[in-house]
Design a protein around this ligand. Structure first.
Ligand code: ADP
Length: 203
């Protein structure tokens, strides 16, 4: 099944064209790496997909056959979840940070919340011993995995990653890439802006 279809997308600012006639079909379950030099427009392309970038001058992006502009924006962003370069942690523990997403846009019963919570902890490799730690005290790699857990808690159809490891210390990059690799193997549709060429080639 075709998950996303980018058709002749053009983006520009102040008369300067950033993206020119980009077209791309993305099948359900595929892993797409977007690579290229800084300033090429990779983040701009990713942000266009869930309407975080206002610069579209032409073309369209369809998710499941319907223009992304025609979705309720919350529904769109819950289903096409975005993981930023730098994870933003809210005040509160790791557990509170993750459970916030479980309540967003869903009407789960308490036992369903708990079950889904345990699932995303496992999927994002978050160990039990950091659940009571203030999320702002976690390492960069742990925070990024919390951000991935929060994204997964929304049960998205597509995960969009915008250079998720480029702000991390080198020793933390591997733990985040391992989580992403496993998610890709499980068949989640993923679009990843990355400079990790070995990872991109491999996955
Ligand atoms: P990449 O992710 O490939 O490094 P970006 O998509 O972040 O590149 O940016 C591509 C170009 O678009 C850059 O020159 C950037 O300055 C420009 N750009 C992105 N967003 C805006 C904006 N909101 N206003 C003006 N220029 C922008």
């Amino acid at each position: 099944m075709l998950e996303l279809q980018i058709k002749d997308l053009c983006v520009g600012y102040n008369g300067k064209e950033i993206l020119h006639n980009i077209s791309l079909d993305i099948e359900n379950g595929s892993f797409i790496a977007i690579v290229g030099p800084s300033g090429a427009g990779k983040s701009t392309l990713l942000k266009q997909i869930n309407r975080l970038d206002p610069g579209k001058t032409g073309g369209s992006i369809l998710w499941r056959g319907k223009d992304v502009d025609d979705y309720d924006v919350h529904e769109l962003r819950r289903n096409l979840a975005y993981v930023f370069q730098k994870a933003v942690m809210f005040n509160g523990t790791t557990e509170e940070n993750i459970k916030l997403s479980l309540k967003y846009g869903h009407e789960f019963k308490p036992d369903e919340i708990e079950a889904l919570y345990q699932t995303v902890l496992e999927e994002a490799s978050i160990s039990q011993d950091i659940l009571d730690t203030p999320a702002q005290d976690l390492s960069g790699g742990q925070q990024q995995r919390v951000a991935i857990a929060r994204a997964l808690a929304m049960q998205p159809e597509v995960l969009l990653f915008d250079e998720p490891t480029s702000a991390l210390d080198p020793q933390m990059v591997g733990e985040v890439l391992d989580v992403m690799r496993r998610l890709a193997e499980e068949g989640l549709t993923m679009i990843v802006v990355t400079h990790e060429m070995a990872f991109a080639r491999d996955v």
